[in-house]
Design a protein around this ligand. Sequence first.
Ligand code: 9MR
Length: 373
Amino acid sequence: MAGRPWTRRRILGRLPAACAAGLLDIPRSAAARRSGVDAGPLRAAAVAGRLVFGAAGGSALFGDEAYRDLFLAQAALLTPENALKFDGLQPERGRFFFADADRLVDWARTQGLSVHGHTLIWNDRLPPWLSGLSRREVARSFDAYLDRVVPHFAGRIASWDVVNEPFYLGGDHPGTYRPGPWLDALGPGYVVRAFRRAAELDPSAKLVLNEAWTERADAIGLAVRRSLLRLVDELQHAGVRLDAVGLQSHLFPGIAYDDGGFTDFLHGLAERGVTIRLSEFDVDDESFPDADRDGLVARRAGAYLRAALSVEAVDTVVSWGLADRYSWWRDPSVMAAHGMTRLPRPLPFDEMLRRKPMADAMVAAVRCRGRNG
Ligand code: 9MR
């Protein structure tokens, strides 16, 4: 994993000529159309690149017919963005509310979409009742939640984020475990415990460990990468089943990045025998000037995908929503927290559901991999 530092030349040297050219100049949509890159749905391009393309979604899929049509044309997989989170499924102790989640999951399946479950265990988005419990009771709630939720969806959910964001930012100590009730009650062993139990409860669902921030090349990203590799080793050493690692891929161009170093990290995961999903892809465009926001988003998205998809173990790309209209970045509280004054444009389609240069860049990157195979 250590190895030589990645340089642009080294990355280009690894990619086929057409892809290297693309890395230097990700097509904008007009140019893309002229060169014939614009093309068809992401899901079809993905198949040619030996990938599954999906997107996160929720109630907008029922309320907005045009968005639903776009989603079904573009995506082969749905990750329910919020419908499967603990606070929604068990807002009161011992009372489970499955109706909304069932509706979404069953609709997706009737439409031929594969469903990825997000997320079973996460030290966030937990209901207030949990904070009033003793550690012993929290531990019991942990097991009881898995025992109830996993069988409920068995046979309908193809894969689960069993644990989400075990490390995350790590506060002042990047790469340490993210605090929260599960960590408090069970220590870091909560991760092995969740995987072991999920595997028993649904032997056919793929089990995924999902993490944020590994795409950044600053002290935080590098620390989270190290911790994640160590955790994969620990899970495997413990003999529990881990099928895939999800790397969220919320890209922050305002923070240091290094596609080559990231690719080395992906090889490190692949060497451990897991597949890799880019699980929540979008691009924060806050640092980009007004004049070429969409073009710069496309370039960042394309460069990232070209590098990541050069690693064959990456088999799934999921964008966190399909159109800017429904991006989590447009939540007013998120915008306020980040001091944003312009409406973010982080996704491959815009608020009018028009295709953006980002979609063309994604197709170009996926085709590049298709040619490489
Ligand atoms: O996009 C999601 C947003 O609508 C929710 O309010 C938020 C909290 O539940 O979660 C967002 O999705 C997050 C995902 O669950 C985990 N990785 C980061 C995502 C963006 O914040």
